[in-house]
Design a protein around this ligand. Sequence first.
Ligand code: ZN
Length: 377
Amino acid sequence: MARDRLVGLVFDDRYLTHNTGLDLIEDRSPYPFAEPIAHPSSPALVGRAKHLMDLFGIAERMRRVDPVLASDEQLTVYHTPEQLARVTQIAQSDGGDTGAGAPIGRGGDRVARLAAGGTIAAVDAVMTGSVDAAYALVRPPGHHAMADEGMGFCVFNNTVVAARQAQLVHGAKRVLILDWDVHHGNGTQAAFWADPSVLFISLHQDDLYPPGWGAADQVGIRDGEGFTVNVPLPAGTGNRGYAEAFAGIVTPIALQFDPDLVIVSAGQDASVMDPLARMSLTLAGYRMMTEAMMAVAAECCAGRLVLTQEGGYAPQYAPYCSAMIAQTLVGLLPDGEWIADPYGERAVTQPASVELGRDAASAIERVVSIKQRYWAI
Ligand code: ZN
């Protein structure tokens, strides 16, 4: 008899020690305020997500998966030895930038390795069958990190090294990476640019960050041509537009690719309250996206699905999005209710939740016309 479906949760209090410091005012010369401002990538974000999962009784229905420190061998499947040495050296000082906007504090190399190792542990647990799916609630995030530099709050590319773990250690032939963080996953795209064994699909706000990355006509090269699928969406695209993009692009391409594992770079910064972006997703949007990826995984690879935490900067809202993702994975709680949306009634009635905007519709049409060269959509 089949056992109950098990969902793993990777979390460790050491993630809360990743110190991004203050947004340094001396680096921004015409800055009019005397007092420094906290860096947007705050430990409160994943901490509050975990607290919510505890308070709602979700975490207790998940199986704890312990993170490990990613080894040099695991990190150098993507990162250069020089970058590893640089991160170590900065962590031995009072901290600093590991590249382009990816600060760590003293000892931050260990936390960054624990984030990569947490995502790897989630992949190990899913690929060996000790859990069916897993959520790696890690910090710092990873998807902007390039081979030779940290970038955009990301030190090591957790998703890239975890995808390679699935291939090199567990024999996965095809890995799907779906990146719904509102920013483009440039580091992940770069890693698999010429590689048809990893399908990279990114939905993001059009040309937000990093500039120049994530246009629809960036499709990969050589053998990898067609296996990078960028879906740039206009600011204000909400649940309805994302649903359209999933139904018309993401799900059909994912099913044709037929992955052995699905990894989601799960950034909750496309939310309606995020200070760093201009999308309008609500909890129902995050539930829809999670359900869509669960369905792809169920159809193609016995449900094998790993989500790893990327961005999400609204302290009053992003943690609820993460809790909703976890609740979707474990199923409804005994009270039979979904978590109530803290955005209130407006989460349901706002235009972006019910209407497909004209800009979003034409952005999706454009992606479809480019992707029809490679996929039956
Ligand atoms: Zn982001």
